[in-house]
Design a protein around this ligand. Structure first.
Ligand code: PMP
Length: 291
């Protein structure tokens, strides 16, 4: 059955879900989006995702066409109309239709779209055995250029690094910032474990402040695992005891090699496995019910 897509107040069949070529989101990547996940009929961290969407919109002076509560209601409604329990949910706010110039204020009204789709997950094998990554030569956008804290429709910086990953035959690439410190991956945050301490790059490293990242930090603190948010260089990846990536779709993914250096003993580490287990417990118990 074809899925239904919400576009500016109406639901359309997937095949007919279209946006104008004059939309600034299409022409310039002028907009923001979210990636949300529903587990067994409940939307995980809905408020956090909608808050981040609105923060991004505020940063780029984009006036959402609906209030926050209305946006949440539309997201729930789109899940209901698609009759889903487990899903990937993609709300998109784009600047809307204007002329071909750059001035965003000539667009009269922002567009709001919600797509509900099947989850595209990493294969189960990766959770059991871990995955290889590379460090990309493409540097993460600077905070004062295209700030990674905004989940904008312009993902070319990530895509350039993803091309490097794909060409190297690995699923993900780690990106360094302009100062050579580790920032994040193309679509996931990164954690390393060194001598029992969980370390993750801070906001100022140039990262999207992942909602999964925040949840993982909370899990670690709750269970007495020391956590440090601090800058670290590429070499610390090579000598880490454990590495894992976090993201809404990915959850907690073990990394077992970086640029062909084997991490730890080449298998998902103890802390990684513990955090993944605790994270999955939360996804089973928390969330906003759709029905
Ligand atoms: N970094 C980037 C660049 C991302 O696109 C994402 C989301 N896919 C993340 C990190 C993880 O964020 P979250 O945990 O909120 O999904």
């Amino acid at each position: 059955m074809s899925s239904k897509v919400f576009i500016n107040g109406e639901f359309y069949d997937k095949e007919d879900a279209k946006i104008s070529v004059f939309d600034k989101g299409f022409l310039y990547g002028d907009g923001v989006f979210e990636g949300i996940r529903a587990y067994d009929g409940k939307i995980f961290k809905l408020d956090e995702h909608v808050d981040r969407l609105f923060e991004g919109a505020r940063a780029i002076m984009l006036e959402p066409p609906y209030a926050k509560e209305e946006i949440k209601r539309i997201i729930m409604e789109t899940c209901r109309i698609n009759n889903v329990k487990d899903a990937y949910i993609r709300p998109v706010l784009s600047r809307g239709i204007g002329d071909l110039g750059l001035n965003p204020f000539l667009a009269k009204k922002a567009s709001f779209v919600v797509i509900v789709d099947k989850l595209v997950m990493y294969p189960q094998e990766i959770y059991e055995k871990g995955m290889p990554v590379i460090v990309a030569s493409t540097v993460r956008s600077s905070l004062n250029a295209l700030p990674p804290v905004i989940k904008s429709l312009n993902y070319l910086n990530s895509i350039l690094a993803k091309i490097e990953a794909a060409n190297a035959g690995v699923p993900e690439a780690v990106m360094l910032n302009e100062s050579g410190f580790v920032s994040e991956c193309t679509g996931d945050n990164i954690f390393i474990v060194r001598k029992g301490v969980l370390i993750t790059p801070p906001r100022e490293a140039g990262i999207l402040e992942g909602i999964t990242r925040k949840t993982v930090i909370e899990i670690a603190k709750k269970h007495g695992i020391p956590v440090e948010e601090r800058l670290f260089p590429k070499i610390d990846l090579y000598i880490a005891d454990e590495i894992f990536l976090t993201g809404t779709g990915a959850e907690v993914v073990p990394v077992t090699s970086v640029d062909k250096r084997i991490i730890g003993n080449g298998e998902p580490g103890k802390i990684t496995k513990f955090i993944l287990e605790e994270y999955r417990k939360l996804t089973k118990t928390e969330g906003t019910p759709i029905y």
